[in-house]
Design a protein around this ligand. Structure first.
Ligand code: NAP
Length: 285
């Protein structure tokens, strides 16, 4: 007997509404993070998961610093940042240590302190997100790890003095390809495994200083980076057919989990990988 039949296409197109932070002025979360500050790395455009996080945090009253990785993206990020009250925008390509230093210096000067850092960046060469994993070049492997995994540690180290005495929260974005083989995800899966291990080691280091570190493992969402993974649309269709909720998730749902992980309701959680994937991770055959 079919108890709960959902048309997968409709479910993807019409995810449930009612998200917490994604509605400006929501009385449930308004002022929830008033007086707090956050740094959000990885807004490329409106579809970015970082933008979903930024909206949830900003609508709850958090003041945000946004980063852009190159001049091409600067004006787009500035336009989006203008929608978030009191925000600033800084240059930050994580492959340039001097740029990481100066971005954190600017945050220190402008905000004085930091409560949340959202790390939502990743990069791998497009040709290595398809075909056989064993063909990954050393350069491609190193680059994927530098941008997608090491940068969390590099930024956490700089965030540390700004979070002193403030019960800070560091949040990164991962994917189930860290733990299981996902066709074409290849080197990015290895980098995400390193990222998730970094979350645990950082959580152990920073916990005694009152700072929590967690990852959100999101289901596939159509973004600029995701379009680089070959046959990404097949992944989206597969989730809609097989995940317990019979749909894909949205950047707003990721954003609301980021809001939860930034606030006091999650104060007992650190070193965890939180799945926002419509339940897909629990499925076997
Ligand atoms: P996105 O909108 O394309 O965001 C990726 C961001 O990473 C872009 O802003 C990009 O800037 C930035 N970036 C790349 N190289 C950088 C560098 N050297 N320095 C600083 N920033 C750099 O894609 P997204 O899907 O939202 O990705 C955000 C995070 O979510 C990533 O960690 C991704 O792996 C993760 N995630 C995504 C999905 C999904 O299905 N979309 C699922 C699970 C996890 P440029 O555009 O300038 O390169």
């Amino acid at each position: 007997m079919v108890l709960h039949e959902v048309d997968p296409t409709r479910a993807v197109e019409n995810p449930p509404t009612g998200s917490l932070g994604s509605r400006p002025g929501d009385p449930h979360v308004q002022d929830f993070l008033e007086g707090k500050t956050g740094l959000v790395l990885g807004v490329a455009n409106k579809r970015s998961l970082a933008w979903g996080c930024a909206q949830s945090l900003s609508n709850a009253g958090m003041r945000l610093a946004f980063t852009y990785a190159n001049e091409r993206l600067k004006s787009g990020v500035e336009k989006l940042a203008a929608e978030c009250k009191g925000s600033i925008v800084v240059a930050l390509d994580v492959t340039k240590p001097e740029e990481i230093d100066s971005a954190f210096e600017t945050v220190k000067t402008e905000f004085g302190h930091l409560d949340t850092m959202v790390h939502a960046i990743a990069y791998a060469n497009r040709e290595e997100l398809q075909g056989d994993f064993f063909n990954t070049s050393k350069e491609g492997y190193m680059l994927a790890h530098e941008v997608s995994a090491y940068s969390l540690t590099a930024c956490a180290r700089r965030a540390l003095p700004l979070m002193k005495g403030r019960e800070g929260s560091i949040i990164t974005l991962s994917y189930i390809g860290a733990e299981r083989v996902v066709r074409n995800y290849n080197v990015m899966g290895i980098a995400k495994a390193a990222l998730e291990a970094s979350v645990r080691y950082l959580a152990a280091d920073l916990g005694p200083r009152g700072i929590r570190v967690n990852a959100i493992s999101a289901g596939p969402i159509r973004t600029l980076s995701a379009s680089g993974v070959k046959d990404f649309n097949d992944m989206i269709d597969h989730i809609a057919e097989t995940a317990p909720l019979r749909r894909n998730v949205t950047a707003e749902e990721v954003g609301d989990t980021c809001l939860f992980l930034s606030g006091e309701h999650s104060r007992g959680i650190t070193g965890s990988i939180i799945y926002v994937d419509a339940g897909y991770n629990i499925m076997g055959i």
